[in-house]
Structure formats: C-alpha cells, structure tokens
Design a protein around this ligand. Structure first.
Ligand code: NAD
Ligand code: DAU
Length: 349
C-alpha cells in the first residue's frame, strides 16, 4: 500500500539508518526526511540513497510551528517516525533548555500538526515516537528495565525524553491518536557523531589521544548495533500494537572499562599496533554529574511478540563499526574540525 511517511532526524545517526532501510525496503512508500541539520545532522550519511525516486529531504526545524503546520497540510503524511532530538547527555548538562525546546516542544508541535491533520479520521495513521531506556533512570547491580518500569529520569536529556513520551501517550488518550513508542538502549555503529563513547574513543585511538573514562569506568550500558535498531523500528512501525511500548536492547551489557579494553584490543589488531598500545591511552577523568550506574533492557516483549532479536554479536558489530570508521576517515575529519574542537576543549578541559 502506498504511504507518505515523515521521518524526523533522518540525517542523524540512527535516523539515517532508518531512512535507508525504509527507502530501500518500501519503494511503494514516499519517504520524507525532515532534519534541521544541527551539528549532529549530516547529509553525507545518506549519499547512497539521496537520488532515490521515493526519497525527499526537507531542511526544517520541528520547533518552527508554522513551518510544521504548513508541511503537514501540504503533504498529508500517513505516518510519522519521530527521531529528531538533542541526544547527548553531556550537552544536556551544559544546555538543558535546548533539550526542553527540541525534545519536548518540538515533539508537541509534531503531535499537534498530526492531530490537526487527521482529527477523528485516524484509520491507518500512526505516530511512532523513538525514545530511550534512559527515561527509566538507573538500575542497581541487578534487574532489567521492562515496559512497566516506572519513569525516573536523572539527566536533563532523559527528563526531556520522558516528558515527550508522556505527551505522546496523552495525545493517544485524549485525541485517539494511534501511536507506538519504543525505548532503546545504547546504539553503536557507522555514522555516529564522535561525542558518544565508541566513535569518540575510536577517533582518539587513531590519533593517539587520551581516552577520557568518566569516574571509575564501572558504569554499565546495554549495547545494540544500530542496524538492528533500525530493523526493530521497521517491525514496530508495521506490526506493533496501537498504544503499546516496546523495549529494544542488545541482551549485551558491558561495563565501560571492559568495553574500552575490548575496543583497544580490536583497534591494535586492525592498526597493526603492538598488543596493549591503545590501553595506555586510558585516562580516568572527572565523572559526569548524575551519571546513571547501569542500564539494561528486558527485550523479551519485542522478541516474543514481533520475533525480533539482534543479528550480530557485540564483537562482530564492534569490528564492523571500527572498519567503517577506518575506511571513512574523510567523514570523521570533516566533523572534528571547527565547532567540534571547541566542544571537545570545553567538555574535556
Ligand atoms: P543524533 O544526535 O545523531 O541525531 C539527531 C538528529 O536530529 C540530527 O540529524 C539533528 O540534525 C536532528 N535534529 C535535532 N534537532 C532538530 C530540530 N529541532 N528539528 C529537526 N531536526 C533536528 O541522535 P541519534 O543518536 O541518532 O538519536 C535519534 C533518536 O533516537 C533520538 O530521539 C534519541 O533520543 C533516540 N535514541 C538514541 C539512542 C542512541 O544510543 N543514540 C538510543 C535510544 C534512543
Ligand atoms: O541508553 C540510550 C542512550 O545512550 C541514548 O538515549 C543517548 O542518546 C545516547 O547518547 C546514549 O547515552 P549514554 O550517556 O549512555 O552514551 P555515551 O556514549 O555518552 O556514554 C556511554 C557511557 O560512557 C556512559 O557511562 C558515559 C561514559 N563515557 C562517555 C563519554 C562520551 C565516558 O566514560 N567518557 C566519555 O568521554
């Protein structure tokens, strides 16, 4: 069936993988990628599909209400897959208002435009909100986040995402808007902006720079290969139940320091450096304020109801990821010049 789908944040890390998957898998759909091209948005992530006949890029800001209302009126989107966001926890600590504006207000403006467009004619319409496991706060040494874990966000980033999740639910309850939400764990893979742990450390290892480990490095995250997240989003969009939430995770917990050591081993092998070379770059630095100790997802609902599971092991995914960064040095070099340098100096002074 032909559909017009708006994907927001499609020039970013996860969004670009979702756009690619939808453009290639569904030639009968028209895919519109709406992105403001902030520091995190990069059209180079999508050069392979930019000329596809079912793809349109729209440069625009989700917080610009009149632009968004006009866009929805003109294009009559059947579905929205909403990924646009400010996404980095450290930046939310230095500039929390930017997170409230994009993640809360921007989401509300999209919800409102979708509501005004379809009102009570909701058949075959869907608002899919892509969210994070960070809304659940932190776990202790044991336990897993399930879909019924209470929200308990700790950072301005996670509080803004939690708030946007609540607004999506409220539009479902109040206006009958069909919606699904997914809450995913840490993603890694090609095209991730090097402010996040894995690409930042890969870039620093290549350049023999210090690897800044926050606190004691014993924080735990559950890592998922980004292509597997995109596949899960496709499944939830097409087969997820209205008004349901799906947790998505890698069944793959790592303490930061163990992950970093594995990364160092793989990097030494690929760069032809002696064993233990990259590990010497590890430097313990001041901790992140409000640092969540542990995230871990119980992904059994999406596994049992929609048949999804990760397709690669962490060792395989990490190896593919490193290979991508080693073969795309121009992509990285363009990013790490200019504004990135200022960010890096301020964050790691
Ligand atoms: P990202 O920072 O790489 O990309 C965000 C994209 O949104 C960029 O292209 C940026 O230009 C765009 N954007 C930002 N503000 C905008 C605005 N006002 N209007 C239009 N576009 C705007 O983020 P990501 O890591 O790809 O995350 C995508 C989504 O997935 C986010 O909603 C995030 O909360 C969620 N998520 C991320 C992870 C992860 O590990 N990265 C895990 C779970 C959920
Ligand atoms: O859990 C999902 C979330 O994962 C997403 O919602 C966020 O958008 C995404 O950024 C990510 O958040 P984290 O804060 O977990 O990711 P980050 O890569 O920033 O950090 C991962 C861990 O590594 C965390 O414990 C902090 C630590 N870290 C990070 C950086 C950048 C360091 O020790 N040093 C660093 O320089």
């Amino acid at each position: 069936m032909s559909k017009k789908i708006l994907i927001t944040g499609g020039a970013g890390f996860i969004g670009s993988h979702v756009v690619r998957l939808f453009v290639n898998t569904y030639p009968e759909y028209q895919i519109y990628n709406l992105d403001a091209l902030t520091y995190a948005g990069n059209l180079e992530n999508l050069t392979d599909i930019e000329n596809a006949s079912n793809y349109t890029f729209l440069k625009g800001d989700i917080t610009d209400e009149s632009y968004i209302n006009d866009l929805f009126e003109k294009n009559q989107f059947d579905g929205v897959i909403h990924l646009a966001a400010e996404s980095h926890v450290d930046r939310s600590i230095t500039d929390p208002l930017a997170f409230a504006k994009t993640n809360i207000l921007g989401t509300m403006i999209l919800l409102n435009a979708f509501k005004n467009l379809w009102q009570d004619q909701w058949q075959d319409k869907l608002f899919y909100h892509v969210s994070t496991d960070e809304v659940y706060g932190t776990l202790g040494e044991t336990g897993l986040f399930t879909e019924t874990t209470s929200y308990d966000p700790n950072s301005p980033y996670s509080a803004s995402k939690a708030s946007s999740d609540h607004f999506v639910r409220a539009y479902g309850e109040t206006y009958g808007m069909p919606y699904v939400i997914s809450n995913c764990s840490n993603n890694y893979g090609a095209n991730q902006f090097p402010e996040k742990l894995i690409p930042l450390f890969i870039n620093n290892i290549i350049n023999n720079k210090a690897l800044p480990v926050y606190g004691d490095g014993k924080y735990t995250r559950d890592w998922l290969y980004v292509v597997d997240h995109a596949i899960a989003i496709d499944l939830v969009f097409h087969k997820g139940e209205n008004e349901e939430t799906y947790n998505i995770g890698g069944f793959n917990e790592w303490q930061n320091i163990d992950l970093i050591k594995l990364l160092c081993v793989q990097m030494d092998e690929k760069l032809g450096r002696g064993k233990g070379t990259s590990e010497q770059l590890i430097t313990y630095v001041k901790d992140r304020p409000g640092h969540d100790l542990r995230y871990a997802i119980d992904a059994s609902k999406i596994n049992q109801e929609l048949g999804w599971k990760p397709s690669v092991t962490f060792e395989q995914g990490l190896s593919k990821t490193i290979d991508w960064y080693l073969s795309n040095t121009v992509w990285m070099e363009r990013i790490v010049s200019g504004a990135y340098e200022d960010y890096y100096k301020k964050q790691y002074k």
